[in-house]
Design a protein around this ligand. Structure first.
Ligand SMILES: Nc1nc2c(c(=O)[nH]1)N[C@H]1C(S)=C(S)[C@@H](COP(=O)(O)O)O[C@H]1N2
Ligand SMILES: [Mo]
Length: 258
């Protein structure tokens, strides 16, 4: 208990667990009560449910009650997220944003420049051709939206850790902040930024990233909820200040339709 109390300042851990257990799926709840309803058990079971069963929605409802720090802990930045075969890819893959698809940014590839700043040595902006020349890899992972759906997709791009290296970023800094073309933004912790599956993504399902999914570039991180995966990225900052984000500033973790 002392561990979670440290992780979530100001939140009563017993209440938190009772609340979470209320919306947890039945076997989870049973194990939970039998096992002394520890936060560790909740984290473990929630993680399993998301990956292994159809109860992802229930687990998500439980998870949505956790604040950022608890999420950081549930999605272990030191572990690899599960990967899937091609046959598991969700088709069509859902589009999601705080607006309709026809209002999504339309970015001209020729004009595009990624602005980089903050605690980095090289702050020269990057063209798309320069970005495309970086070493790339592909992942098939599950995207989990706090609104209660998940989908498996295939994303190709460069590891964010590799890109940060090229920027000469101070990776002892606490955060990376992303700015998106339409005003969206999000901040991620450095451990997540350096995670091997955190990727600056240029392709979806082997095609140049479609407009729906963030052309020309998104940041894919399977260890974080969907809203932490910014699309239409135009700027990136390495910083020790938590600059928040579109949903973060509205207390998004406490708003999930529960
Ligand atoms: N720029 C931008 N990025 C964004 C969003 C957005 O509205 N604008 N929505 C977030 C949310 S809540 C989700 S679930 C995912 C959806 O990504 P998808 O359209 O590839 O499914 O994008 C995330 N990144
Ligand atoms: Mo989302």
């Amino acid at each position: 208990m002392s561990r979670i109390r440290k992780l979530i300042p100001g939140v009563d851990s017993k209440l938190l667990i009772r609340d979470a257990a209320k919306v947890a799926p039945d076997p989870t709840r049973r194990l939970f009560l039998r096992g002394g309803a520890s936060v560790g058990a909740l984290a473990f079971l929630t993680g399993c449910d998301i990956v292994d069963s159809l109860s992802a929605e229930n687990a998500l409802r439980a998870m949505s009650r956790f604040n950022d720090r608890a999420q950081m802990w549930l999605f272990n930045p030191n572990k690899l997220a599960p990967t899937y075969p091609d046959s598991a890819i969700t088709r069509p893959f859902p589009f999601n944003a705080y607006y309709a698809l026809e209002d999504a940014p339309e970015i001209d590839a020729a004009d595009y420049k990624l602005e980089v700043g903050g605690l980095i040595a090289n702050d020269k902006p990057w063209t798309l051709d320069e970005l495309y020349a970086l070493p790339q890899e592909t992942q098939i992972t599950r995207h989990i939206c706090v609104e209660g759906w998940s989908a498996i997709g295939k994303w190709t791009g460069v590891r964010l850790s590799e890109f940060l290296k090229r920027l000469g970023a101070d990776t002892r800094a606490q955060y990376v902040w992303f700015q998106c073309a339409e005003g969206y933004s999000t901040t991620i912790d450095m451990a997540t930024a350096l995670h091997p599956q955190t990727q600056l993504t240029f392709k979806f399902d082997d095609q140049i990233l479609p407009r729906a999914y963030g052309f020309p570039m998104k940041c894919r991180m399977p260890t974080k909820l969907g809203f932490k995966n910014p699309k239409y990225i135009i700027g990136m900052h390495v910083t020790n200040k938590d600059l928040g984000g579109y949903w973060e500033n509205q207390g998004y973790n406490w708003h999930s339709g529960v």
